[in-house]
Each structure stands twice: as structure tokens, then as C-alpha cells.
Write a new protein. Sequence first.
Length: 82
Amino acid sequence: MGAVAVGSVADLARACPSCASPLEENRQAFVDTTILLTFLPLIMIGGFIWWLRRKAQQLEQPPEIAVPETLLRDIRPLPKER
């Protein structure tokens, strides 16, 4: 019974007006949407891979430790060994 209800609702709504429309604007909207939905997952996967590579590179580099300027002034050079 539920399948019949869903099937009749889709028929009443004429589900996709841009798929079979003779209007050029609707056809172009369908093509544009198809292109977007084709490349969007690829862009998302590429972005995730880029983010992972950037995080891996950050983990490989030693962290930068901030040293206050007052400590740097107080350091005297060590005497050279002979």
C-alpha cells in the first residue's frame, strides 16, 4: 500500500521538470546541476586529502618554541674550546 502511495505522489508531482522540458533554460539547469553533482564529491575528497597531507607535514616538523627576548639578552656566548 505504501509503494502505491509513493508512486502516485511522484506521478502527481511530475518529479523532474527540467529533465524532459523543452525549454533551453531548464535543460541548461539540468546540465549544470549534473556537472556540479559530478565534481562536488571529487572536490570534497581532494580537499580532505590535501588537509591530511598538510597535517602530516605539520607533525613532521619540530614545534617552534617561543623564547622571550629577555632570556636571549641574558645568554652569553660560551667560551671556545682550545
